[in-house]
Ligand binder design. Structure first.
Ligand SMILES: O=c1ccn([C@H]2C[C@H](O)[C@@H](CO)O2)c(=O)[nH]1
Ligand SMILES: [Zn+2]
Length: 138
């Protein structure tokens, strides 16, 4: 179910704040994410880079790992943001797949630094996806 506007605004505000906590000394490209659980809780994440560059974890995956570790498995929406002002930027392919693990019905709010956002969905961002259900179908 689509979240109410007030809750979306809170989600967006929290992803912007999460971006400010990004650890990105190599790329200088901060990213923030905030996940809304079906129960109305919000879990945030930022990108966490590493001197061994390939070990970097994106903001979206930081958020989902935190959420699962806190006991949440059912989600309705994620807001993501970076510092790009002139276009709405989506999660990378790896993050799309990781979100898909927890359902295809996510609303995804692509958020600009000024807090304006565009609503899309995981289905739209990852069409013809491989998902956990396929493992039962062989
Ligand atoms: O979906 C994405 C794509 C990139 N990044 C981060 C990883 C890296 O720290 C920086 C530049 O790629 O942005 C994310 O957090 N999420
Ligand atoms: Zn990513």
């Amino acid at each position: 179910m689509t979240a109410k506007t007030e809750l979306v605004k809170e989600l967006v505000a929290k992803c912007l704040r999460a971006r400010d906590l990004a650890y990105c000394p190599y790329s200088h490209f901060p990213v923030g994410a905030a996940i809304l659980t079906t129960g109305g809780d919000i879990i945030t994440g930022c990108n966490v880079e590493n001197a061994s560059f390939g070990l970097t974890v994106c903001a979206e995956r930081t958020a989902i790992q935190r959420a699962v570790a806190e006991g949440y498995r059912h989600f309705t929406a994620i807001a993501v943001t970076c510092d790009i002002k002139d276009s709405f930027v989506g999660p990378c392919g790896a993050c799309r797949q990781v979100l898909m693990e927890f359902g295809e019905k996510w609303d995804v709010y692509l958020t600009k630094p000024d807090g304006s956002y565009k609503k899309t969905s995981l289905e739209e961002l990852l069409p013809l996806a491989f998902s956990p259900g396929h493992l039962d179908k062989k």
